[in-house]
Structure formats: structure tokens, C-alpha cells
Design a protein around this ligand. Structure first.
Ligand code: F6R
Length: 268
């Protein structure tokens, strides 16, 4: 696990953008795993800016999002498809027929839809780089605490905490979904690289449990301790409960030297 601590959320976004941009430049047909939520919005802004400056093309990129609300229309402004269009897809040259979300419409069988999503990821050659945020309860995707650490794409019931955390995004007259389709933890673990972004004080405990806690289904993100290439990008607030800041800083300096000589990615 590579833990990198930055002064603020903007630096976290800029660093994440460097990882994504470097990979796409090295492998133009990158398969990206994408997240929604507040945290990656500034990453997507950085990527859009890079695209507009002519430094980055998504023309051959495929993407798979982590999750989507159950039985939501694509065109609903609350759908994660709408979120991705608003923050990324509509502003870059990605072919939107190559962008996938784990949808399950009314009348469709969520179990069959989950299997079909897994198959689509496999056919695309697997996910090269998965972007993750983290819930205050340690969830990744919508894999809530107690999720199987080897789970695959499936339907999940959201916890009270997640529903409350996300209620800020819904107005009083909008119905907030309580179920979602999500990539499983096993699906996420199959990605070649994982980039988890966490910012803000309310993520500090989940970050501590992820990096330094026991590996436990009670903190799904702790499974990343078992990932070969997990990079954890934190601002100071999200890192505030971690000890060993000096060690992480020292390691980062060493890694920067290695990266300058050999590149960020070593297995593409
Ligand atoms: C979003 C997702 C979630 C979020 C997490 C953090 O696709 O899968 O796991 O990453 O809930 O959300 P924010 O960034 O809004 O704090």
C-alpha cells in the first residue's frame, strides 16, 4: 500500500490526475474504473482541463463505473450516468458507447445484470486503474460493512449511514434510492491498480481502519491491504488519525526518484 499525504484536497485531485493521465498516455486503450461522489469531482475537472489543453485523449479509453442506483432511469439527474456526463463524459472525447455502469432497470434481474457486468469487464481485458472514494463507514463502491471481501457485482441495500450521508444530494421532493448495483470487492481487487482518494476530517477514521486496522469486512476498504498496487491519496485531514506521517513522506520521496527513472507504472 502506498500512502501519500498532501496538504489539501486540490493537491489530491492533481496527483490523481497525474496517475490517470500518465497511464492513458502510456496505454491509450486504458480501461478505467470510475467513481462518483464529491471526492472525484475535482479529479474529473483536472482531466477535462488536460483534455481541453490538448494533452489528453480518451478516444480509445473504456470505462466501468463502480455503481448505479437500482431501477433509476439513465436520464434521471440523480443517476450516476448523469453525474458522469456532467463531470466528465460530456466534456472529453470518450466514445460514450464505451462507458458502462452496472445498471438494473425495472423488470431486469439484478443477479443476471451483475453477472453480465462482470462479463463485460472481462471482455474489455479487465480494469487497469480503478478510482475509489471511501465512505465514512469504510465502504468502497456500495460495498457496505459486512460485504463479502470476495463479492462480485450485485445488488446491495444501502446502510442508514450511507443514505444519510447522501441525503445532502437529494431535494425534499426527490425520492432517494435505498438500493444500488455495485461492483463487488472481488471485482475491485481484480483491477491492476487502485487509486483511493480521501479528503476531509469525516474520512479520518475510515482511512485509519483502511491503512492500519485489521483486515475486516467491517471496513471493506481494509481489503486493499491485500492489493498489489493500491495507492492511497489523502489530504492532511483525512490522514489526521494515521501515525507515521514522516515514514509516508520519506517513502514518497523515494518513490518519486524511482518514478522519475522508471515511470509510475511497472506492469503494463
Ligand atoms: C461512488 C462510490 C462511493 C463513494 C463514497 C464517498 O461511486 O462508490 O463509495 O466513493 O461514498 O463519497 P464522497 O466522495 O461523496 O464522500
Amino acid at each position: 500500500m502506498q500512502v501519500i499525504i498532501y496538504d489539501d484536497a486540490q493537491q489530491v485531485a492533481q496527483s490523481a490526475a497525474v496517475w490517470v493521465k500518465t497511464l492513458i498516455q502510456q496505454k491509450p486503450d486504458t480501461v478505467l474504473g470510475l467513481a462518483t461522489g464529491s471526492t472525484p469531482i475535482s479529479l474529473y475537472k483536472e482531466l477535462v482541463d488536460e483534455h481541453k489543453k490538448g494533452n489528453l485523449s480518451f478516444a480509445n479509453v473504456k470505462s466501468f463505473n463502480l455503481d448505479e442506483y437500482h431501477q433509476i432511469e439513465e436520464t434521471n439527474p440523480q443517476s450516476y450516468r448523469s453525474f458522469m456526463k456532467q463531470h466528465l463524459f460530456d466534456h472529453v472525447d470518450i466514445d460514450q458507447s464505451n462507458t458502462y455502469l452496472p445498471t438494473c432497470a425495472i423488470g431486469e434481474n439484478p443477479r443476471a445484470q451483475g453477472l453480465a457486468y462482470e462479463e463485460k469487464i472481462k471482455q474489455a481485458g479487465g480494469i487497469d486503474l480503478q478510482i475509489l472514494g471511501i465512505g465514512a463507514n469504510g465502504h468502497i463502491g456500495f460495498n457496505e460493512p459486512t460485504s463479502s471481501l470476495v463479492s462480485r457485482t450485485r445488488i446491495k441495500t444501502l446502510t442508514e449511514q450511507t443514505i444519510t450521508d447522501n441525503s445532502r444530494l437529494f431535494s425534499a421532493d426527490e425520492e432517494q434510492p435505498t438500493m444500488a448495483m455495485t461492483m463487488g470487492i472481488g471485482t475491485i481487487m481484480d483491477s491492476r491498480y487502485v487509486l483511493l482518494m480521501a479528503t476531509g476530517k469525516n474520512k479520518a477514521k475510515a482511512v485509519l481502519d483502511t491503512v492500519a486496522g485489521p483486515l475486516s469486512a467491517m471496513c471493506p476498504a481494509s481489503v486493499l491491504q491485500m492489493h498489489e498496487n493500491a495507492v492511497i491519496l489523502l489530504d492532511k485531514e483525512a490522514a489526521s488519525e494515521l501515525a507515521d506521517h514522516e515514514y509516508f513522506q520519506w517513502t514518497d520521496e523515494q518513490n518519486k526518484k524511482l518514478n522519475a527513472e522508471f515511470g509510475l507504472f511497472h506492469n503494463f
